[in-house]
Design a protein around this ligand. Structure first.
Ligand code: PLP
Length: 395
């Protein structure tokens, strides 16, 4: 197996034997002519199979070490299709503080169909075990939670899932296969929002599921076609194009993130910085053991509401926008954006305070990014540093 840098650079190569096109062609077709009665070229209809989407799926399966991967219209389309593996009366154990859209899907769309969920604090290994019931079918966690950047211990969770005979599903959007391959750590299914790092240019929406087991892969391919929330060929091509530079982008983004995290720690207007790339961050050791990189999303707590308002109004280079993972740096206020649909008390309990800011660090010059943040933070109002190591309940 070639090195992952090689797999990434060559993603989609060799898909067009007729011309030898280096770049995978965009097969913008809904259907395919059959050679004769009862015959097929192997392609019948683009919901079922499309060569551009297929090239992306093949590349993602290789990157994740999966039996197969399926590409979907969005990360949430991928999750919705994955949840169709389950039925009325089934039960899931899900890490608290997961992506807001995942909560919404589980609680407001799937619950009425009879799929029940118990939420467990991200780091509470005993809690996952205690939440298991005879009806439990899967444990669902994110490889790094967001915006608080807690890191669950995947090998431990894989052991719990295996002992109970349930699936371990990992949403690996924040780390990508470049930094972590959950299937190798014992997970059964990996979900990615390709809209973030995989495509990486803030220019398309997509989702991926990678599966370890052949039989389960067959079931997912059935569901991909039956549910129909597939990725279109243009966006499959953009995602393939994004993959080619994933290694370069992530290395640069991680380097920038560490420089900015260290700088933020020194700022009097900042109470606390959360970034597992910092050696004293509680998630650092777990990531060091289970991943080859530390991510490039960080969050920080500013002094007060006026500081938050100054910061958001003052940034020029960094865009105030949802999402993360692209080459352009983005700043987000989770309480009013990504996590706005949680009840205020629930947000507070999960550490999504009104003064928490998330920063997705891009590939720009780190000095320029720091200058932008410095100008926007303005004159410091002197505040004490929060002494606790982390503001989220740990058990
Ligand atoms: C963005 C995101 C999703 C949803 O993906 P979309 O492509 O926006 O539908 C799911 N999980 C995580 C962790 C995400 O960041």
């Amino acid at each position: 197996m070639p090195h992952i840098d090689t797999l990434l650079a060559q993603a989609g190569r060799g898909q067009d034997p007729r011309t030898g096109a280096i770049s995978t062609p965009i097969y913008q077709t809904s259907t395919y002519a059959h050679p004769g009665l009862g015959q097929s070229t192997g392609f019948d209809y683009s919901r079922t199979t499309n060569p551009t989407r297929g090239a992306l799926e093949e590349a993602m399966a290789a990157l994740d070490g999966a039996a197969a991967a399926c590409a979907f219209a969005s990360g949430l389309a991928a999750l919705t299709t994955l949840l169709c593996l389950f039925k009325q009366g089934d039960h899931l154990v899900v890490a608290e503080g997961c992506y807001g859209g995942t909560y919404r899907l589980l609680d407001q769309v799937m619950a009425p169909f009879g799929l029940t969920v118990t939420y467990v604090p991200v780091l509470d290994a005993a809690g996952y075990r205690a939440a298991l019931r005879p009806q439990t079918r899967a444990i669902l966690v994110e490889s790094v939670s967001n915006p608080c950047l807690l890191v669950p211990d995947l090998p431990v969770l894989a052991g719990i899932a295996r002992a109970a005979g349930v699936l371990l599903v990992v949403d690996n959007t924040l780390l990508t296969p470049y930094w972590q391959r959950p299937l190798e750590l014992g997970a059964d299914l990996v979900v990615h929002s390709a809209s973030k790092y995989l495509a990486g240019h803030n220019d398309c929406i997509g989702g991926i599921i990678a599966v370890r087991d052949e039989a389960l892969a067959g079931r997912l391919k059935f569901l991909q076609n039956a549910v129909g929330a597939v990725l279109g060929p243009q966006d499959a091509w953009l995602t393939l194009r994004g993959l080619k530079t994933l290694a370069l982008r992530l290395e640069r983004q991680q380097r920038n993130a560490l420089v900015i995290a260290r700088w933020l720690q020194e700022q009097p207007q900042v109470r606390q910085v959360y970034y597992p790339g910092l050696p004293d961050d509680p998630g650092h050791a777990t990531l060091a053991r289970t991943a080859s990189g530390l991510g490039a999303v960080l969050s920080f707590e500013v002094a007060d509401r006026p500081t938050l308002e100054r910061l958001i109004a003052g940034v020029r280079l960094i865009a105030y926008a949802e999402s993360f993972g692209g080459v352009e740096s983005l700043i987000t206020v989770p309480a009013v954006q990504t996590h706005a649909n949680l009840a205020p008390g629930e947000r507070q309990r999960l550490g999504v305070t009104d003064t928490l800011v998330r920063l997705s660090v891009g590939i720009e010059d780190p000095g320029d990014l720091i200058a932008d943040l410095a100008a926007a933070l303005g004159d410091p109002a002197v505040i004490p540093k929060t002494p606790v190591s982390h503001h989220v309940t740990r058990r």
